[in-house]
Design a protein around this ligand. Structure first.
Ligand code: ATP
Ligand code: MG
Ligand code: MG
Length: 385
């Protein structure tokens, strides 16, 4: 029985563990949190910090091949593991994805446009920022997620204050674009260069956090979808990527029509790809297993239109701020409703607790079900009406 190891024990690791176990593998999770969502369901759970030498040695001892479920694993840890075991994705590509400056430079190298930006690491660079980047969004180069580590700035004064507020750490300033819509593409690339992609997802974010994903993307033309898939494949191939990669795109309107702009990428399965578990014949997590173990990659097929709704911790509190469990009965009484909860011990507003995937015969039916769910749970319905 081969054992697959994963760095990180969050919900992405948990769903990787589910996929690996379904295919007969044993699993080992490295995460310091003794109640991590993936650690709770794994055969083994190494409870140390990510770069802890004893923890890495224990993972090497247990696992025959190792992957990661989040991009902030120190690249040095992945490189150390790779000296003894197959590791995918590699420390080198994860290092690119960890740093917005390196990531944007890579998009440009792969021939894919990104938002106009400047790297800010020094007071001199801050002073030299061109006016054309304002109004903009200042983002820490590292460690941001769910819109954390980002401040919108309209003027130079605001920019200076924002950089101070972020601790004067390395940042990128991006021009704020007028978004027509947002989409993402998930690709899987094997060590032999084989490349497959999932259908393009249309995403709605609220307060910087993914809220709704719809597939097939209702407002994306086949030509634009094909272009996005081609760009994502190019971004993966250009860095010799092995594993599952998600590329987020903005769609902006220009005089010559709609244009794709790469936003950021994640070297792992992605929240916008959770629908693949219930709506595709192979999930993003199964493809993560297959890329890690050099099993054949097959082009995924969407067998059902779907809407994915994220379930944030806010749902676990009533209007008076008292903790409660959402009432799932009425939701699960609707056809084609798939509930996924991540087993997190405590809810916090904004914390990803689970998701719902709704499947049905047509996107129109599924959207109608999604509206019912939103009204039952008290979720906003923008993007679905
Ligand atoms: P994730 O959880 O996806 O990793 P993140 O914290 O890395 O999120 P981004 O993807 O950089 O954040 O931005 C979050 C959201 O903020 C985007 O999906 C988009 O809605 C908005 N946004 C970010 N950058 C821009 C921009 N340059 N112009 C307009 N909107 C933007
Ligand atoms: Mg991000
Ligand atoms: Mg993002």
């Amino acid at each position: 029985h081969a054992t697959l190891g994963v760095m990180g024990g969050g919900q992405l690791g948990r769903m990787f563990v589910h996929a690996a176990q379904a295919m007969g593998y044993r699993t080992a999770v490295l995460d310091p949190d003794s109640a991590s969502p993936a650690g709770l369901v794994s055969h083994q759970h190494v409870r140390t910090a990510y770069a802890d030498a004893d923890g890495l040695a224990a993972l090497i001892e247990s696992a025959d091949a190792i992957t990661t479920e989040f991009e902030n694993v120190p690249a040095v840890a992945l490189r150390a593991l790779a000296e003894r075991r197959p590791v995918a994705p590699s420390g080198d590509v994860v290092a690119i994805c960890q740093d917005r400056a390196a990531e944007k430079a890579h998009f440009v190298a792969a021939g894919v446009a990104c938002a106009p930006y400047a790297v800010i690491e020094t007071a001199e660079q801050l002073a030299a920022v061109p006016d054309a980047l304002l109004p903009g969004i200042l983002k820490t180069a590292r460690l941001g997620y769910d819109g954390k580590g980002q401040i919108g700035v309209a003027t130079r004064e605001e920019l200076i204050a924002a950089w101070a507020l972020l601790g004067q750490v390395p940042c990128v300033l991006e021009q704020r674009l007028a978004l027509h819509l947002e989409l993402s593409v998930i690709v899987a690339r094997g060590a032999d260069g084989a490349l497959v992609n999932f259908p393009v997802q249309q995403n709605l974010h609220r307060d910087g956090i993914l809220a709704v994903t719809q597939v097939p993307a209702p407002d994306v033309s086949p030509a634009l979808a094909e272009e996005a898939a081609r760009c994502a494949g190019q971004i993966a191939a250009q860095m010799g990527y092995v594993g599952v990669l998600c590329v987020e795109f903005f769609v902006v309107r220009t005089e010559s029509g709609l244009r794709l702009v790469a936003n950021e990428m994640a070297p792992r399965p992605h929240n916008s790809g959770h629908y693949t578990i219930d709506a595709c014949d192979v999930s993003q997590f199964e493809l993560q297993v297959r890329t890690l173990t050099a099993l054949p990659l097959v082009a995924p097929r969407l067998h059902s239109p779907c809407v994915m709704l994220n379930l944030l911790g806010d749902l676990w509190f009533d209007a008076e701020g008292r903790e409660r469990t959402p009432c799932w009965d009425a939701v699960l009484a609707l056809p084609g409703t798939h509930l996924h909860l991540y087993g997190k011990a405590s809810a916090r507003p904004g914390r990803k607790m689970g998701h719902l995937t709704l499947t049905g015969a047509s996107l129109a039916t599924v959207r109608a079900t999604a509206l019912r769910v939103c009204s039952l749970l008290g979720l906003p319905s923008d993007g679905l009406v």
